[in-house]
Design a protein around this ligand. Structure first.
Ligand code: DGL
Length: 287
């Protein structure tokens, strides 16, 4: 197999990174993808850096050794903040893309200059996020709200094939509680007119957020810019998959947790067949 035919690895603490995979698939329809949901260890957001770093290294090693990936997309803000610098150091040749809350696009989009940012505690208290925010100092006012429990509730919402009412209500209630703490949303001076989804899971509660905040509030996610950056890196490396006459590319998904939730999420959100999902046992490597 040539480098161009090798798959792109994508991982997240769970099903949230499927929102990034969705954008990758649209941008790079001729590529093969291997997705790893670390749902057996989710959520990462409240677990601390050492844990997230250890999981990131175990997953990166697995994707390189077992699937011979040609590039890695860390489809998790929390893992990007805690561990991407270490992955870059350990694998300097590997084209690597991470995700971070899209503050710059939000500054460009906001008219009131008042921007809400939601994400995990791990992401929003990281040094990486502090640097990002400082780099935009003065250009906007950021109202930053960690949403403990929201990613976990979104993971739980995939337990059934169709959204079960109690879990749908649970994610809606959590969204309402946290956005309620942030201040007034609206398009008048001093109101928050733009909300950055700083966790890849939150794309899957967009409808609930829109319902709560109204149609005038812009929600900013990161899937599309990440997909474009992945294309650029592959182009530079000369490993983009050939387009002409290519067979339908395979997308394979693995989970370290129970199989059914990944199957439910993959069929519900990405219209992928349940048979493309499998489980994998992936213990954390001891140093
Ligand atoms: N989806 C992840 C992120 O973008 C992590 C959510 C979690 O596991 O807490 O940060």
């Amino acid at each position: 197999m040539t480098a161009a035919q090798q798959p792109i690895g994508v991982f997240d603490s769970g099903v949230g990174g499927l929102s990034v995979l969705q954008a990758l698939r649209a941008e790079l329809p001729h590529e093969r993808f291997v997705y790893l949901a670390d749902s057996g260890n989710a959520p990462y957001g409240e677990r601390g850096d050492a844990f997230v770093q250890a999981r990131t290294h175990a997953i990166t090693g697995y994707l390189l050794q077992q699937h011979h990936i040609k590039a890695l997309v860390v489809a998790c803000n929390t893992a990007t903040a805690a561990a991407i610098h270490e992955v870059r150091e350990r694998h300097p040749q590997l084209p690597l893309v991470g995700v971070e809350p899209a503050l710059k696009p939000a500054v460009a989009a906001s008219k009131t200059g008042c921007i809400g940012v939601i994400g995990t505690r791990g992401t929003l208290t990281s040094a990486k996020f502090a640097r990002l925010q400082a780099s935009l100092g003065g250009q906007a006012r950021f109202i930053v709200q960690p949403c403990d429990g929201l990613a976990h509730a979104i993971e739980r919402s995939t337990a059934e094939p169709l959204p079960a009412m109690p879990t749908a209500t649970e994610t809606g209630a959590i969204c309402a509680r946290y956005t309620g703490l942030m201040g007034k949303f609206g398009t008048k001076d001093g109101e928050i007119d733009t909300l950055v989804l700083g966790c890849t899971h939150y794309v899957f509660v967009q409808d609930e957020l829109r319902g709560l905040l109204g149609p005038d509030i812009q929600l900013i996610a990161t899937g599309e810019p990440v997909a474009r950056q992945t294309r650029r890196l592959l182009q530079t490396a000369g490993t983009l998959a050939p387009e002409a006459g290519a067979p339908a590319p395979a997308i394979t998904l693995f989970t370290t947790g129970a199989l059914a939730p990944l199957q439910n999420a993959a069929t519900r959100w990405l219209q992928l067949p349940a048979q493309s999902c499998a489980t994998v046992d992936l213990p954390t490597n001891r140093p």
